[in-house]
Design a protein around this ligand. Sequence first.
Ligand SMILES: C[S@@+](CC[C@H](N)C(=O)[O-])C[C@H]1O[C@@H](n2cnc3c(N)ncnc32)[C@H](O)[C@@H]1O
Length: 453
Amino acid sequence: MSTEHALASTPETTPAARSLRADDGLLPVAPASGRGRSHGTSSSEAFDRWFRYPAGFASDYVSLLLSRLDIPGGSVIVDPFAGSGVTGTSARRMGYSFFGIEAHPAIAELAALKLQPKQGNLDELTKVAHHLIKRTKQDATNVDLSFSSETDLVRRCFAPGALAQLVTLRELIKDGEAGNWLLHAKWALLSTLRDVAAVRVGWPYQNPTKARKARFSDVLSRFEQRLSWMRDDLLELTSPQPKHLKLEVVHGDSTDEGSWTSLTNGSAQGCVSSPPYLNNFDYADATRLEMYFWGDAGSWAELCSTVRSKMITATTQQSSVGAAEAASQQLRNYGDVAKRIYDVADELKAERLARKRGKEYDRVVPDYFAAIAKVLTNLSSALEPGAPVVWLIGDSAPYGVYVDTPSIIAELAGQVGFTTEDDHPLRRRGQRWAQNATRHQVELSERLLTLRR
Ligand SMILES: C[S@@+](CC[C@H](N)C(=O)[O-])C[C@H]1O[C@@H](n2cnc3c(N)ncnc32)[C@H](O)[C@@H]1O
């Protein structure tokens, strides 16, 4: 989610309010850290700093939202688009249980890792770092500098000496040299990649043709730093974890009822989430460097099949004629809002046909909203009556056709048992591209949608 310009600017510190009202002065705006950055998760807050996932929340922002919802301690908070688990870590800090669903397999693994209870002796993490670093210093000199088994992207992102150390660390970790801390070492290493890359690897595009000075030249000390942050963050946790606290992240598709089965119907008390925006942002592509480096995918086709398969359609690359038709059929069950969606799709179709190689936004739109409707249906079953839901979501304007995503979602929610309490503009978006002459001039914003089950 992009966060360039706050529309309101006074951070609110008064205690909990029942709902987030635009007019009562209690609307949460940018808090001290994390928010205000244009690419996702905070790089400084505990747990958030494990990996900077684009489009992530910052946990202090989620804590602020949760505190405004006035949900009793011990409640279950749900996030059907859990991402890197920021809602989960904030919920845990505030004494709530958490249930999240995330479609990206690696990011779901990361979220689950952050939510594991504190276990073992955390000094082992320091020992593991020292052991891996010592072994890397010994073994990296033997690495074949042609890197013939790495993908082209990986080969081109790093100076040879840095890549030799990264690859050596990876193989040591995969060989079990990090013992019980394998996943921590893996994520410390994956987070180190963009820190030490010698080309532009900003989010979302990794562009190996554009050289840059590596932000950190010493791979091993950066890796050690990242493991030591993990240790410090884990030290914060209460041990043993309170018995009532249940923290779970499912790798799954939140449109699919089957992903929700470990949560009893009506057992959750609140939801804070941020669905994918209808802005062609590709979460699979955005994490391509990490996926290729770890060996989870070696080609675009593999990336699509392993990473995208459970995701809702929010990009033209994911769209298809068949899925769009099936979605349009499904939307007939949702009353008048279906017509709004069909009208937008028709306008987008006209724009596509007016171009030589127009993009299929008209196919994305029905598919996206049909999927959101399914998620809302599943969420409605999971929540107890009266439970509040806060979604952070932006509107969009492909080819200049305005899609009021938050208000369409609010209407769909109304069809499956929610009432809308508030739809509040939070920030302007898209300012980064304002000077681009070919871009539309429609003003976009990010909104906080508050629903009640
Ligand atoms: C805007 S991001 C949310 C990020 C999250 N708030 C965080 O702090 O990291 C949307 C997330 O929804 C995930 N997603 C997309 N389709 C999904 C689906 N059908 N089920 C579950 N997660 C999905 C994407 O992979 C992405 O991580």
